[in-house]
Design a binder for this molecule. Structure first.
Ligand code: CDT
Length: 357
């Protein structure tokens, strides 16, 4: 039977460079402008990049006191990120426009003993509920704890500044995002199978996570229909010493773009979901970030793509019914998966090669 359409208009809100000198107010203004444009096009979900509100600061070796300004403090006794004066106006604007928002930020989580733990986080704000209904802390942190020592080395210090996420990969439903979603209490009205009929099932990843099949699969096993992922990806590749690989900047950027698209398109297909992948791009104080903001279909093709390396809205109306075909055939997990053979996925972190001959 052909599934009923479940249409939703979504936007990837690409941001151009955010420089060290740009204030949070400057960035918020740009985000407001994208939200306003989104509203004019009937958008119901707007996805912003990783660490959207500031420059990508893990490229710098910073002292403790220099770091503070990049973080948003969450004091569990007072509520979450929605209380932060830096971010609250974004949710207020989203509420007034009736748009859900995914946004990445640097989270400073206050502990009961007065200490803090820092994460690279994202939240999903539901305009329908006027609250945050999903939270994710980046699991796969790239880079190193210690800075590279060779002169001119590129730094990627996420392992220094953040703790790996401790929330796993919790999918959740976005209330009110599609019309006529099946609710818990309507099942008693004789509806047997609720699969693909409820409020949309959302998963969140952050940047480097999109390269890890395991992360997508854990969401796939929760029936994820839309994956939201913001990123800051350097437009060149580095060697282990932190130097740019020996190829032309154009070829290097092409390769970075290819790996980005392969990851998003392959994993969307293999988990039969849409994905909204959103760059912070341009050159931040001379440090080039790749663009390539894309909205991907469950069949793996790109529906819409950014054309610039600046603030740009990429809009598509997607039909979540398109997930059903693959979820009920090639990737009907319940029929075809063989988890009894997948032990090493959870038992091992690194590679153990077969014995030498
Ligand atoms: N921000 C982030 O996670 N960046 C990483 C760079 C790692 S080098 C390939 C990324 O995966 O895009």
């Amino acid at each position: 039977m052909t599934p009923s359409p479940r249409l939703v208009t979504v936007a990837a809100c690409q941001l151009g460079a955010v420089h060290l000198a740009d204030s949070r107010q400057d960035v918020l203004k740009r985000m407001f402008s994208l939200l306003d444009q989104a509203s004019e096009q009937g958008v119901k979900l707007a996805v912003f990049p990783e660490l959207a509100l500031t420059t990508f600061f893990p490229r710098y070796l910073l002292k403790e006191e220099e770091l503070d300004k990049y973080f948003d403090v969450e004091d569990p006794s007072k509520g979450g990120i929605e209380q932060s004066p830096n971010v609250k106006p974004l949710f207020e604007r989203a509420k007034s426009l009736g748009i859900d928002v995914y946004v990445g930020y640097a989270e400073r989580s206050l502990q009961s003993d007065g200490s803090h733990i820092d994460y690279n986080s994202s939240v999903y704000y539901s305009a329908h509920e006027n609250k945050i209904v999903g939270k994710y802390r980046k699991v796969h942190l790239p880079g190193s704890v210690e800075p590279k020592t060779e002169p001119g080395a590129y730094q990627q210090l996420e392992k220094r500044y953040f703790r790996p996420g401790d929330l796993g990969f919790p999918a959740f439903r976005a209330p009110g995002l599609v019309e006529g979603a099946l609710k818990k209490n309507s099942q008693s009205d004789g509806i047997q199978d609720s699969t693909g009929k409820g409020d949309p099932i959302i998963g969140m990843l952050i940047c480097n996570d999109r390269r890890w099949a395991e992360a997508w699969r854990v969401y796939g096993l929760q029936g994820m229909e839309i994956l939201c992922c913001g990123y800051n990806t350097t437009a060149f590749q580095t060697t282990s010493s932190g130097h740019a690989v020996d190829m032309s900047p154009e070829d290097a950027e092409d390769l970075v773009m290819q790996h980005h698209k392969l990851s998003c398109q392959g994993n969307s297909y293999m988990n039969a979901c849409f994905s909204i992948n959103v760059a912070k791009t341009g050159a931040e104080d001379g440090n080039p970030l790749v663009g390539g903001t894309i909205i991907v279909h469950p069949l793996g093709h790109i529906i819409k793509e950014a054309k610039t390396k600046e603030d740009e809205l990429v809009v598509a109306t997607i039909d979540l019914a398109d997930c059903v075909r693959l979820k009920s055939t090639v990737f009907a997990f319940e029929k075809h998966r063989r988890p009894e053979h997948y032990h090493s996925i959870i038992e091992r972190t690194g590679v153990i090669e077969p014995c030498l001959l």
